[in-house]
Design a protein around this ligand. Structure first.
Ligand code: RNT
Ligand code: ZN
Length: 411
């Protein structure tokens, strides 16, 4: 079947495939740098990522230097249709200097900005509050010790400055997302004190004004992590309240809720109280395992909510997964394309028809349409989109992914 007959079939349903393709072109995905090197970073040290997040596996090809990571990213972006963003963590600095976290400066990231400009990419940023001796207790901004809190507050302030300078240099605001691992393995006595300390530290960190045209603050909650099973200081309720009161973005990571919760369902509720949302699209399996995202129901529901609730204009779509048992470039490419495919499917829904059925309490009509819709030739529209954007799909894509991986497997 050709694209033209697929287009006609969608048109029978009142769906405009051309409009969907045009809209999809404009949706940037912020791809996370840390899938490329198993969340290790380029500070001159090795070891686990700490903070309860852990990539598992030892597939060959891990990027060991900024140049290797950029080469892998260039390949990955060339396989992903559209223009996108790169989400950098502070531990990915590119310098011969060895600044501690409270000493990082924009110059340590300047090469990333030059490269992003060259590649036509936007940048997003994250302070790194894990994989550091001062985070070994899984307490950073909420640590009872003022000196440790101050160290991390300084790191956070510098990260905001760096993000703002990145945003100014590239002409697109960098989202600066704050996630801290803080929590307790066993039941704490004084949750209130820990949360009050986290709040005060965040306030101190975000006190210096920044231009929203250059930098946007975001805060990310979590249900639990390995080693902090009893209490996570930055819980969902904590950060939802914080984001509403302080006007920051709220980051919803799909692995940071109870596995039976539908994170897509949260968007419309949260969007009534915060202006903008950041997503960490991920795939938790039994826990916050950060598997590469599939084109599964959870992702499709997320995309559908973004479209049906008209939230694409105020949601920043970021990805957060890391699998070291498969080709890291293939993980980036397939995961990012899955997010785009889910968005395309959402853009190809007969929304008006479904909405009228729902409003008329015609749940049979809604049910029949959503199920029959699944047989429409979405793949042909996706292929057409890839062709127009000069990206391969299907067997050609597989071929390219394999070829690139064999070129890096000697690392
Ligand atoms: C951890 C959070 C956080 C990290 C990245 C590396 O549970 O999801 O977003 O994965 O910052
Ligand atoms: Zn996350």
């Amino acid at each position: 079947m050709s694209y033209d007959s697929a287009k006609a079939q969608f048109a029978d349903w009142g769906i405009d495939t051309e409009a969907a393709i045009e809209r999809l072109k404009t949706i940037p995905i912020s791809m996370h740098c840390w899938q490329g090197d198993d969340v290790v970073g380029f500070e001159q040290k090795t070891g686990s990522s700490g903070g309860g997040i852990q990539a598992t596996g030892n597939h060959p090809g891990r990027a060991r230097t900024p140049d290797e990571l950029r080469a892998d990213l260039e390949f990955a972006y060339s396989m992903i249709p559209g223009s996108h963003r790169l989400n950098l963590h502070a531990m990915y600095l590119d310098t011969d200097e060895t600044p501690d976290r409270d000493e990082i400066e924009y110059k340590h990231f300047a090469s990333w900005v030059d490269w992003a400009k060259d590649q036509g990419l936007g940048l997003d940023f994250n302070p790194t509050f894990f994989a550091h001796a001062k985070a070994d207790d899984n307490l950073t901004l909420s640590h009872p010790d003022q000196g440790i809190r101050d160290f991390w507050i300084e790191h956070g302030k510098r990260s905001r400055d760096i993000a703002a300078q990145m945003g100014a240099a590239l002409g697109t605001a960098a989202v600066n997302n704050i996630w801290v691992p803080d929590g307790y393995k066993d039941t704490p006595l004084d949750r209130m004190a820990a949360r009050a300390r986290l709040e005060r530290s965040l306030d101190a960190m975000m006190a210096p004004p920044q231009d929203k045209a250059h930098m946007l603050d975001a805060v990310e909650s979590k249900l639990f992590g390995i080693g902090v099973e009893a209490c996570t200081v930055g819980s969902h309720e904590f950060y939802m309240g914080y984001a509403i009161r302080k006007g920051t973005l709220l980051c919803l990571d799909m692995g940071h809720f109870h596995p039976t919760e539908n994170v897509a369902d949260k968007l419309s509720s949260v969007a009534l109280s915060v202006d903008e949302i950041l997503l960490h699209v991920s795939r938790p399996m039994r826990w916050d395992s950060d598997h590469v995202i599939l084109m599964d129901d959870a992702i499709m529901q997320m995309a559908q909510e973004l479209v049906s609730a008209d939230l694409l204009g105020r949601t920043h779509i970021g990805l957060d997964f890391f699998d070291a048992t498969i080709s890291r470039t293939a993980a980036w490419v397939i995961g990012t394309r899955n997010m785009q495919k889910a968005l395309l499917r959402a853009l190809l829904m007969p929304l008006d028809r479904l909405r009228s059925a729902e409003d008329a309490l015609d749940f049979t009509g809604r049910f029949v349409v959503t199920e029959e819709l699944k047989d429409l030739p979405f793949g042909h529209v996706w292929d057409e989109f890839c062709t127009r954007m000069n990206c391969p799909s299907g067997l050609h894509l597989i071929d390219q992914l394999e070829r690139y991986q064999s070129g890096v497997s000697g690392r």
